[in-house]
Design a binder for this molecule. Structure first.
Ligand code: DGL
Length: 275
């Protein structure tokens, strides 16, 4: 097999996509990654789909300028807004996207009641409508947008009383209606799994799709014959579009459990470039 050292691009509106990146790094330790947190525009969730699509296109163009061999859209909202469009616009590039894990949830639930936590844009998108139609027949889906939760996680407030209050308000009514499975339909939310588990208890299964996305990425690379075969560990470069990369690095350190160096990128007329 030839060695393909080109990096894999990964992006999100902010630090949420790190929940996917860490699964990718664990599954594909020899690959190089470029992670972009578009914190100039976080949160994506309340924005019109067309606006998020334009951000996703700008980020993809930057990743391709860095020779990305595949792009993981580590954001449910950007996947809802742009996955289809990106595949059409960049037909040579494989894209791996997120969709709320309604299928495994519907297979697993015994009570037939499943909670889905995702952003308003994700719930509005055609991708969600399609997974619901295909996989959730006979399952009751209880949806909540957890307003403010993305911002709490962006601030690194994983155990904060406000974070708990947002989750309590979303999850308690779901529990009262017999929910036994909860789908994390936003890549920020795996960082509050400990808090979610405290609230819902051991009887409720919490589904984090990140490991499945990492397996899918591995399959895609194998199929395209673009694995990096060299056995030295891969390197990840981290970028933010926020003005202060040191602040981003501090939150990323808290979420990942190890220090990282973060560089800045800036938006100019819909394009990303070093400032
Ligand atoms: N992490 C994102 C998602 O998976 C976006 C959250 C946001 O920016 O609103 O949907």
């Amino acid at each position: 097999m030839p060695d393909d050292p080109r990096p894999i691009g990964v992006f999100d509106s902010g630090v949420g996509g790190l929940s996917v990146l860490r699964a990718l790094q664990a599954r594909l330790p020899n690959e190089h990654f470029i992670y972009i947190a578009d914190q100039a525009h976080v949160p994506y969730g309340p924005r019109p789909l067309a606006e998020v699509r334009a951000f996703a296109e700008g980020i993809t163009r930057y990743l391709l300028s860095q020779q990305a061999k595949a792009v993981v859209v580590a954001c449910n909202t950007a996947s809802a807004a742009a996955l289809h469009y990106l595949r059409q616009t960049f037909p040579q590039t494989p894209f791996i996207g997120m969709e709320p894990a309604v299928k495994p949830a519907a297979e697993h639930t015994r009570t037939g009641v499943v909670g889905v936590l995702a952003t308003p844009a994700t719930f509005q998108g055609a991708l969600y409508a399609s997974v619901v139609e295909r996989f959730a027949q006979g399952t009751r889906l209880l949806e909540d947008t957890c307003d403010g939760l993305v911002q709490q996680i962006e601030a690194g407030h994983l155990q904060h009383p406000t974070t708990r209050a947002i989750l309590d308000r979303a999850l308690q009514p779901m529990l009262a209606q017999g929910m036994d499975t909860v789908v994390l339909g936003c890549t920020h939310y795996p960082f509050v799994i400990p808090l979610i588990e405290e609230i819902v208890g051991p009887q409720v299964r919490v589904i984090d799709p990140a490991p499945a996305i990492a397996r899918q990425t591995e399959r895609v690379l194998k199929m395209q014959n673009t694995r990096r075969t060299t056995t030295t560990p891969g390197v990840t470069r981290y970028y933010t579009t926020a003005p202060d990369p040191r602040q981003t690095a501090e939150v990323m350190r808290r979420l990942l459990g190890h220090p990282v160096t973060v560089e800045r990128l800036a938006w100019h007329d819909g394009r990303l470039a070093p400032p």
